[in-house]
Unconditional design. Structure first.
Length: 478
């Protein structure tokens, strides 16, 4: 148990492997049982991907479960290879991905489109990780277009829930009640005040579990309103269907997509990468906060290493089990929860790698336990709707705050609308034309209106709530 020998101010023990630092449970970090148990419950959020895969790819439940299990296994690579994060979906980009794949006929063409999209995103991320060009690529995109992409992703998330084929039409009462509960726990000023006054276990737990309390509430609400059956709790282990997955939904059974699918995917992939890079920046900011408190452990975060890992995950998953949720660099809501416990000191959590690793071992265990899977199976569509609505709220706010002037905001609104209606190709094309017409030689620099930015920060005009609550909301990802 090498973790016991860590000296004050040093990194957790590891096996050097180039840019990677290999760490194994019980050997290089202490297993943290509180985080493991929390992971057992939070696997319910991961299971929400099953609804997307069934709705848009026609996957049977057991086949979609196989994709979720594979994704869960690859989640472990981050902490094992030295990336101090809890990885998750690229949640804000889900509406963009759905919009792209649904342009193709359901069946092999739609699956080819998803494979091409995920493989392209993976290769792009790996290249940027190897060359270290990630920040330069993102800075080449004008703020107005970035704001429009993020804003459009948020609007698209809301539209996907309330549209003609959205989940709200099937679960109107359940989604109304549960999203209200989720928003209250996550964004409400009054609940924040209650948490400050009552620092007991219950209020802390409710505030730290993201949308999980709302998901469990849906298990009760949906049957009461006749919108779903009561769970049929089954015992034993889940049975993901890998055979059908590989024969009917991957390159092993369908072959490699034509080049045309990769070409058509490029604009949507670039839009998705803008969201991914934002998560990388948020990861760095979160870890910097914990560095000030836990000076006994040095935590090494390398953005290039992160790119290689989540890029590799996307590339491999595109071959073994293409997934609409994609493989993102961080699950921000749970990263915040684990870091807060890490800040409590070495006795509470010996190493950050112990917390994040134990959590992801827990979610993987939960995916294999049939009682947990069967409990949430009737309301997986509700879980997905809650995820999209919370992320939609956050993305709209972040998108607006990305604008640096009123002209930026106007361009962003047009880009966002076109992204939702026409897709990423139209959004980028029109955004580029508008930036050329409005900014000319200042195309890349755009316009910075100090008064506009000050009004945003002070809560005037298009601004948001107080800074502290806004910071919290920007870190929510489910």
């Amino acid at each position: 148990m090498l973790w016991k020998n860590r000296q004050y101010g040093e990194e957790a023990p590891y096996i050097p492997a180039g840019i990677f630092k290999i760490r194994l449970p019980f050997v290089h970090y202490r297993f943290e049982w509180p985080d493991y148990v929390q992971g057992l419950l939070m696997c319910a959020v991961d299971l929400g991907a099953i609804t997307l895969l069934g709705q848009h790819l026609g996957m049977p439940f057991e086949v979609a479960l196989a994709v979720v299990v594979l994704n869960g296994l690859f989640y472990l690579l981050h902490h094992i290879l030295g990336d101090p994060v809890i990885p998750g979906w690229i949640t804000p980009a889900i509406p963009l991905i759905v919009l792209f794949v649904t342009q193709f006929d359901e069946g092999p063409d739609r699956i080819y489109a998803l494979i091409a999209f995920q493989l392209t995103l993976g290769i792009l991320s790996i290249i940027l990780g190897v060359t270290g060009l990630a920040s330069k690529v993102v800075h080449m995109v004008p703020n107005a277009i970035k704001a429009g992409i993020i804003l459009g992703a948020g609007i698209g998330a809301v539209v996907s829930v309330f549209g003609e084929t959205g989940q709200f039409n099937t679960f109107p009462f359940t989604i109304t009640i549960c999203i209200g509960f989720a928003f209250y726990l996550t964004f409400s000023k009054s609940f924040e005040k209650i948490r400050k006054k009552n620092k007991g276990f219950l209020f802390t737990l409710l505030g730290n579990l993201g949308i999980l309390p709302a998901i469990f509430l849906a298990v009760i609400i949906a049957p009461l309103f006749g919108e779903a059956n009561w769970p049929n709790i089954q015992w034993g282990f889940s049975k993901p269907d890998f055979v059908t997955l590989w024969s009917d939904y991957t390159v092993f059974g369908l072959g490699i997509p034509a080049i045309s699918f990769f070409v058509q995917a490029l604009p949507a992939v670039l839009a998705t990468y803008l969201v991914v890079f934002g998560d990388v920046l948020k990861t760095k900011a979160l870890l910097s906060e914990s560095d000030v408190v836990r000076i006994d452990e040095k935590v090494d975060y390398n953005p290039n290493r992160a790119h290689l890992i989540f890029g590799g995950r996307n590339a491999v998953m595109s071959i073994l089990g293409p997934d609409i949720t994609m493989c993102g660099p961080m699950w921000a809501a749970m990263q915040v929860v684990v870091i807060e416990r890490f800040k409590e000191g070495k006795k509470a959590m010996n190493s950050l790698f112990g917390g994040i690793g134990s959590f992801r071992w827990g979610t993987n265990t939960g995916l294999l336990l049939l009682p947990i899977v069967s409990l949430v199976e009737p309301i997986l569509s509700v879980a997905l709707a809650l995820t999209l609505l919370v992320q939609g709220y956050v993305s709209v706010r972040i998108g607006v705050m990305q604008a640096r002037s009123q002209r930026d905001l106007g361009i962003a609104g047009v880009v966002a609308a076109l992204l939702v209606i026409k897709g990423a190709s139209w959004a980028f094309a029109v955004g580029i034309v508008l930036c050329i017409l409005l900014y000319g030689k200042d195309f890349f620099k755009g316009e910075v209106d100090a008064t506009f930015i000050k009004d945003q920060q002070n809560g005037k005009g298009v601004s948001n709530q107080d800074g502290k609550n806004d910071n919290k909301s920007e870190l929510v990802e489910v």
